[in-house]
Design a binder for this molecule. Structure first.
Ligand code: NAD
Ligand code: ZN
Length: 356
């Protein structure tokens, strides 16, 4: 078929903060894997970090790698021993390939597998190329009615789904969502579907709060970094309304000031669900939290989320998830897509790279 002769363009990042696109050989399809023609890939903030800073925490770019972990595409080849998939199937890629042998994997907490190979995170190559091989176990069919662009959103929505699952909110629970980036907004969609109400969303940037409002979240608060944490907490409670202090906060910025404000905005006995990643050591008022029985729960990536998130999105449970996507570029313009994502003045939220 003609598809096989199209160049396998891949997006690489170097340890000295460069990105470049280079044609790769057409991949072989190993046993147990499927070869996918990638049709849509979202750019994640972490990829801008790997590009601009060369690291996230202890995870360093030590040699050139291919980025990408938010992808959907079509199967073009089936490896030996693969069952349940056919050429032509439309799939969303779950990027964390865990070992399926260690104790965490066997217990079902496979997002904590110490041997996980995560697409596009050093030292593993990712999905930002026209053709990629991926283990069939971590491929999930999407319905014909779901676009590849939405198939690629299953990844950030899975982050939100995992956090909601960890929080088990109740119907009518007042919730604060700190940060209105792609993760905060995905979080808002997920929390609303889970029955949380009211939902207050904060950010530093007007365009992101405007995006939140256009998605139906009217209670937004623009944070002034001149406010101390007590003032920010008061402002959150004001926006949420009388009697609706949040008892759950999904923190989606990783910023120390935001985490502290969320802790003080919470009502006594509330829970901080930490999703955002910041510097490794962050000061929190642990003793004051202790006197108020404020809990901290963390959430790392996702497990067993793809089938259920695909089902929920397809049933329209989250509403229109395409509101997260603000920019789309063809694969040949991947570099421009990255520059747009990194340039705050471009007001991007989710930037996707697509291919026919
Ligand atoms: P992003 O940078 O696009 O969004 C963060 C938003 O927070 C921005 O809009 C920014 O303006 C806002 N912000 C920054 N400081 C703030 C403050 N003090 N108060 C209010 N808002 C503030 O990032 P994203 O892609 O939306 O991801 C959000 C966070 O989630 C990141 O830290 C990311 O690393 C993390 N993350 C965690 C997981 C996980 O498994 N736990 C998975 C993916 C991403
Ligand atoms: Zn494992």
């Amino acid at each position: 078929p003609q598809i096989l002769v199209r160049p396998n363009l891949a997006l690489w990042v170097t340890k000295d903060h460069q990105i470049y696109q280079k044609e790769e050989p057409y991949p072989v399809c190993p046993p147990g894997q499927c070869l996918i023609h990638v049709k849509a890939t979202g750019i994640c903030g972490s990829e801008i970090h790997f590009w601009k800073s060369g690291r996230i925490g202890d995870c360093c770019v030590t040699h050139d790698i291919i980025l990408g972990h938010e992808s959907a595409g079509q199967i073009v080849e089936i490896g030996e021993g693969v069952q349940g998939f056919s050429v032509g199937d439309r799939v969303s890629i779950e990027p964390g390939v865990s070992c399926w042998e260690c104790e965490q994997c066997l217990r079902g907490r496979y997002n904590l597998c110490p041997k996980v190979k995560f697409s596009g995170t050093p030292p593993s190559d990712g999905t930002m190329r026209r053709f990629v091989a991926h283990p069939a176990r971590f491929l999930h069919k999407i319905p014909d009615t779901m676009t590849y662009a939405v198939g690629a959103l299953i990844e950030p929505l899975s982050v939100a789904y995992n956090a909601v699952t960890r929080a088990s909110p109740y119907l009518g629970q007042p919730v604060l969502i700190a940060g209105a980036g792609p993760i905060g907004l995905a979080m808002a969609l997920c929390a609303r579907s889970a029955g949380c109400h009211p939902i207050c969303i904060t950010d530093l940037e007007d365009n992101r709060l405007a995006q939140a409002r256009s998605m139906g979240f009217q209670q937004t608060l623009k944070i002034d970094l001149g406010w101390d944490r007590f003032e920010t907490a008061r402002q959150v409670r004001r926006v949420m309304g009388e009697g609706c202090a949040p008892s759950l906060a999904f923190e989606c910025t990783g910023a120390e000031s935001s985490i502290n404000s969320a802790i003080y905005a919470l009502e006594d006995g509330g829970t901080l669900l930490q999703v955002g990643c910041g510097k490794p050591d962050i000061a929190v008022p642990l003793m004051s939290m202790g006197f108020r029985e404020v809990n901290i729960v963390t959430s790392f990536r996702y497990r067993l989320s793809w089938p259920v998130v695909i089902r929920l999105v397809n049933a329209g449970i989250f509403g229109d998830v395409t509101g997260l996507i603000t920019h789309t570029f063809p694969i040949e313009q991947t570099i421009e897509a990255f520059e747009t994502c990194a340039d705050r003045s471009k007001l991007a939220i989710k930037v996707q790279i697509v291919d026919e």
